[in-house]
Design a binder for this molecule. Structure first.
Ligand code: GAP
Length: 442
């Protein structure tokens, strides 16, 4: 049974505290499209920065790329998306709702009382028909078939068609990888669960080009590295698991595939896929473009089409996972304390500066400390309300440390640092604050 209460509370907190808003809310919202508010944009940026650091900056064998969203329409013929990127769609002629035929057991008929589609006597479901998930638009001023192009449904294809450009301009040799973060669009039939499945989302994808025959070894290495990364951003290890794709589940391009799944309140679900794509992608682009995409291995004096091992994670999905994993409620002195217990490296705001009272020079000193800290990392200033209330507000935003300027600060320059998770306090000299916090951010 899905823990809808927790999701409801999280959605409400996200709106109230400025993590995530519904798109175009003043017009009643746009289905399954979301906007990130001031805290959400920082949180998601931290996810992407951590990924980029691990996948590009810390490695010698991976280059970065930022390919355009719009691509030549032939790309999507070669990739198999025009012919096969479809889900089976079922319409209800009575209530006009639409469902994915393969997920109908998890769907709900909009008629009351709540039942599964087809269970009301009035339900009239059509036979399933295939529905392509790519968004179409037109290039140029004429809306005709010849001008149709697509919003990319994955970032991967921008990497494949640039593989030789990167190879020729970067002095990399196989094995090497190309990493990219960017928007992708899918006209999902049944999006939902907040930012879990949306129609516009961001992917963090890396394609690793290897010599055929070494692909399974690299596949295993990348599986280990990617699980380790999810641990490193603070996700609870016991809530992560592997799901191996069986023969009936494998995508058309995949020789082997595993998903990293997280135990959400609505069940175990994929947050990242690791795929051995063989030579499917370069082979298809070679065939459809008529351009040779082989790699010449000078040392071995041989030519081959590299195999590809892909790691593909959703930035929005990882952000949701962090929010779900971090959310907790505790009883403290007869009150409920809501905490987002983010890993400090992921927390949108690293520290808050709070003058205990608005007099005796405390606000002026706190303001100076705040501006010093703000230059080093995202910091928040709050002087309104009782100190306990201000701590609670920061707990809810996931801020790891609150630095309180009090009477003693005026005497000896030390500040109280109150820790979010344990609520314990230590005193640190104001000159040491930035170093003290920085040392705890990785
Ligand atoms: N290039 C391979 C590929 O796109 P995928 O399993 O379809 O594989 C990879 O997608 C990841 O992208 C997923 O694990 C998920 O994190 C994210 N993703 C896919 N569809 C999504 C959607 N509709 N909303 C949010 N994230 C999505």
């Amino acid at each position: 049974m899905a823990d809808t209460t927790l999701m409801d509370k999280l959605v409400s907190l996200c709106k109230r505290r400025g993590f995530v808003f519904q798109s175009s809310e003043v017009y009643g919202g746009l289905g399954s499209v979301w906007d990130y508010g001031p805290l959400g944009v920082e949180l998601k940026k931290n996810v992407k920065d951590r990924w980029w650091r691990a996948m590009v900056h810390e490695r010698d064998d991976i280059e970065g790329l930022d390919a355009a969203i719009l691509m030549h329409p032939k790309v999507w013929e070669a990739s198999g998306h025009v012919a096969g990127f479809s889900d089976p769609l079922v319409d209800c002629k009575t209530c006009k709702a639409r469902f994915r035929a393969d997920k109908i057991q998890d769907a709900q008929c909009p008629q009351k009382p709540s039942k599964k589609p087809g269970e009301h006597t009035t339900c009239e479901l059509t036979e399933p028909r295939m529905f392509n998930l790519m968004f179409k638009t037109f290039m140029g001023p004429v809306e005709e078939q010849a001008a149709v192009i697509y919003l990319r449904p994955e970032t991967a294809q921008g990497i494949y068609v640039n593989y030789q450009n990167v190879l020729n301009s970067s002095r990399q040799k196989v094995p090497f990888g190309i990493a990219q973060i960017g928007k992708a669009f899918r006209n999902e039939i049944t999006p939902g669960n907040f930012i879990f499945r949306t129609r516009e989302f961001e992917q963090m994808e890396m394609q690793f080009f290897v010599k055929p025959g070494t692909d399974m070894e690299w596949f295993e290495r990348w599986r280990a590295a990617r699980m380790e990364w999810h641990h490193s951003i603070g996700l609870t290890k016991g809530k992560l698991r592997w799901h191996e794709h069986g023969p009936g589940e494998l995508a058309h391009y995949a020789r082997a595939a595993y998903d990293i799944e997280y135990q959400f309140p609505f069940g175990w679900n994929e947050i990242e896929g690791i795929h051995n794509r063989g030579d499917f992608d370069l082979g298809r682009h070679q065939e459809y473009s008529g351009k040779k995409l082989e790699y010449f291995d000078q040392a071995a004096n041989e030519r081959y089409l590299p195999f590809i091992v892909e790691t593909s994670a959703g930035a929005d999905r990882v952000t949701l996972t962090l929010l779900v994993d971090a959310y907790r409620e505790e009883q403290v002195e007869g009150e409920t304390r809501v905490v987002l217990g983010f890993h400090p490296a992921i927390a949108p705001i690293k520290a808050a500066v709070l003058p205990l009272v608005k007099k005796d020079g405390m606000p002026e000193l706190a303001d100076r400390i705040y501006h010093d800290m703000k230059r080093a990392f995202p910091t928040f200033y709050d002087d309104s309300g009782a100190i306990g209330r201000r701590y609670r507000r920061m707990d809810e935003a996931g801020t790891p440390w609150c630095c309180t300027v009090d009477g003693q600060t005026l005497q000896d320059g030390t500040v109280t640092i109150r820790e979010r998770d344990t609520m314990t306090q230590v005193r640190v000299h104001q000159d040491q604050l930035v170093t003290w916090i920085r040392g705890r951010l990785s």
